[in-house]
Design a protein around this ligand. Structure first.
Ligand code: GLA
Length: 703
């Protein structure tokens, strides 16, 4: 297998020359070279031009494009073009159009208008892929296959009859017998017992709640079905072009499919991410998505396959990226493990649904801020060969689980919940404490991390409970939060006080949930968010919460302690005096249980405590409240510092900024400022102060 990478980071974007007259192509490649572009993704939405009629291919124009790119030293990530079937296809095979949960047949006219289970779609896509592979597999410009595009982006669930049949086959393979399915799904409830697999349907719109396990299995099936589309294309590519690596572009922290099951099948993880430039929380969310990409590849470098150079056109109001913001977000990806920074798209379209979406080369041309910023980034990346292939190492693990995501957001639960919000809060708390975070599966190698956070692992298998326990026993500080271990993998409640096997790890059991009104209450429900107050237990040494108390919201529960130490209790309210935070010594480590959702200060205090007890050496800054999000990530021997906050920050680390060539000590980073510092042995100041990072030996001038 060839390496999917070059000597310096990939830089480029989606290139759609088919939207332009040939006369423009020469200008494209000239400007690409000027901007330092070295990789373009070609042909993502070109099916209707490549195969204008069923079985008749027209490759001449693509031959010319690839030859032109090659002649100019540009490499190609060649798309299999199967993301948007042409009009002839949908007309010939109307049954391939997806059906929504409410039975609405989606019409052609935009993109991704195919049912993933459609045999006609798979057959036609496969034929096109084979033709492309045979024609371009040994083209010298092609270095990577780009299979389809953003699987599930618009249609991640199809409820048509074809999907129903495929769902039944998937269930038969999983359960073997209808009796086993009835048992797993709990169909004795509401008279849902099935006599045969033939009676099973997708969870279409029903009078009341659908069977929860049916719904979860359909989520799992839908992810697998899209993966099967991907794998069927990959199999052809492997057969015809075994030396060429393959990828498909993920979409950050995307709910539609379970990327843990996809990741082993890509040769390089690639990602598309479009944080809202107007949202101050955007960089935090993006940091988690980047960490997920690195984690999906088990630490291997990945590619930022798409981002916007400026504005998108998908929100009600689309702010452009401010001066420097695109660069800052690009370096965030690089710091967190990317070896390529690409955009959607190279040249801004003049026509079609995305003509108001920004591009590297804007409508207004090269006398523009966006173009100048693109040129600058391209030239900087060209000099950053030192970063290639280096590792970003994490000290903390954050458990992330699609089954729990799907299941905890079903209806009929004690309270409505946003799984992503719950997990993101802990990612932010760990990140802001100066830790780098890997996202992990609960049963995959937790013992490697001094700190492990398990937020709301609602669906928990016995194997996962064992792995979490093993991490604590081996010496990790493990924090488990509310709504963990409530059900097993079939969504059957864990009887006898929830938490399953984690009861012995944590030394507690749960009697009753006591959700608070607020954040995710339905419109018309109690408008004021209820709060809970937590205070340290009298007499327990080392109070976790700053100022002795913390405020929490959304969730409380009645926890009984078997053998843990109660670190904090609820004060006032229905659970006055009940445990809110417990700690159990477990083997060489500790297992904490948090029975509520503290605010940011409370989370920060708890994370500080985990850092102290686990002895993790924090290599990055702890930010002062109000100073904004200043990221600092070590990758290999380089320290990336990125200021996403409004206020300038001054660096207190000795070294050289590779981007400016300046000494880093005392450097002022304005908003969106970036420094890539060659500096080893950086310690970090844990207490609030004006300096963000301190070198190991703090010079007297800044003491
Ligand atoms: C996705 C798609 C692109 C384009 C962009 C716009 O990432 O892959 O084709 O539609 O969104 O933001």
């Amino acid at each position: 297998m060839n390496s999917p990478f070059a000597q310096s980071p990939w830089f480029g974007g989606d290139y759609n020359p088919e939207q332009w007259p040939e006369a423009v192509w020469e200008e494209d490649v000239d400007l690409m070279r000027r901007a330092g572009v070295n990789l373009v993704t070609v042909g993502v939405f070109a099916w209707s031009l490549l195969e204008p009629e069923e079985g008749r291919y027209e490759f001449g124009w693509l031959d010319d494009v690839l030859d032109l790119l090659h002649a100019n030293g540009l490499k190609v990530d060649l798309a299999t073009a199967t993301a948007s079937p042409p009009p002839w296809f949908s007309h010939a095979y109307p049954e391939s159009l997806p059906l929504t949960i409410d039975g609405v047949r989606l019409s052609p006219g935009s993109r991704q208008e195919y049912c993933p289970s459609s045999p006609q779609y798979r057959r036609s896509a496969g034929r096109l892929v084979r033709a492309l592979a045979e024609r371009y597999g040994d083209h010298p410009a092609v270095v990577l296959w780009h299979i389809n595009n953003e699987y599930g982006c618009h249609v991640s669930r199809c409820y048509c009859d074809e999907s129903a049949a495929a769902f039944r086959r998937w269930l038969e393979a999983k359960y073997g017998s209808i009796a086993a399915l009835n048992e797993a799904w709990g169909t004795a409830f509401w008279s849902q017992r099935f006599s045969s697999f033939a009676e099973i349907l997708p969870p279409r719109t029903t009078p009341a709640y659908a069977n929860p396990t049916q719904a979860l299995d359909f989520d799992r099936f839908s992810s697998d079905e899209l993966l099967a589309c991907y794998l069927s294309e990959k199999a052809i590519l492997r057969e015809v072009t075994p030396g060429l690596p393959v990828t498909t572009n993920f979409m950050g922290v995307f709910r539609g499919v379970d990327y843990w099951s996809w990741a082993p099948h890509v040769d390089v993880v690639s990602d598309d991410l479009y944080p809202d430039p107007a949202d101050p929380a955007g960089p935090r969310a993006a940091a988690m998505a980047r960490d997920l990409m690195r984690s999906l590849g088990r630490g291997r470098p990945w590619i930022l396959m798409e981002q916007a150079a400026g504005a998108v056109n998908t929100r009600p109001s689309n702010a452009p990226k401010a001066a420097g913001q695109m660069r800052a977000l690009s370096y965030q990806a690089l710091a967190r493990g990317a070896d390529g920074i690409l955009f959607f798209q190279w040249r801004q379209s003049a026509a079609g649904a995305e003509k108001f979406h920004s591009a590297m080369l804007p409508h207004a041309g090269t006398e523009t801020r966006v173009w100048r910023e693109v040129e600058r980034l391209g030239s900087e990346l060209g000099g950053l060969g030192a970063v290639m292939g280096t590792a970003t190492r994490a000290q903390a693990a954050l458990v992330f689980d699609w089954d729990s995501w799907w299941a905890i957001e079903q209806r009929g639960l004690p309270a409505a919940t946003s799984y992503l919000a719950l997990v993101s809060r802990w990612h932010a708390a760990l990140t802001e404490a100066g830790l780098t975070v890997d996202l992990v599966q609960a049963d995959a190698g937790l013992t490697a991390y001094p700190i492990v956070v398990v937020p709301s692992l609602f669906v928990m298998t016995d194997a996962q409970a064992e792995a979490i326990d093993a991490a604590a026993r081996a010496g990790s500080s493990v924090l488990v939060t509310d709504q963990t271990g409530i059900v097993d993998e079939n969504l059957r409640a864990r009887l006898g006080g929830y938490l399953g096997e984690l009861q012995s790890t944590l030394g507690v059991w749960i009697e009753e949930f006591w959700p608070l009104a607020g954040a995710w209450a339905r419109p018309g429900a109690i408008p004021v968010a209820e709060e809970a107050t937590i205070a340290p237990t009298v007499g327990v040494a080392g109070a976790v919460f700053v100022d002795g108390r913390a405020t929490a919201a959304e969730w409380t529960e009645a926890v009984h302690v078997r053998e843990a130490e109660v670190q904090a209790v609820f004060v006032g309210g229905a659970l006055d005096g009940w445990p809110a935070l417990t700690r159990n010594t477990r083997g060489a480590g500790a297992a904490w249980y948090l029975a509520t959702r503290p605010d940011a200060d409370g989370r920060a205090a708890l994370v500080r405590r985990l850092i102290t007890e686990s002895g993790v050496r924090v290599e990055r800054p702890v930010l002062e409240p109000g100073c904004g999000f200043v990221e600092s990530v070590r990758r290999g021997d380089l320290l990336f510092v990125i200021n996403h906050g409004a206020a300038p920050v001054s660096l207190a680390v000795e070294g050289t900024d590779l981007l400016s060539g300046d000494a880093s000590l005392g450097m002022l980073l304005p908003q969106h400022g970036v420094a890539v510092i060659a500096a080893a042995n950086v310690d970090v100041q844990l207490s609030p102060g004006t300096s963000t990072i301190l070198p190991k030996t703090v010079p007297s001038s800044i003491r």
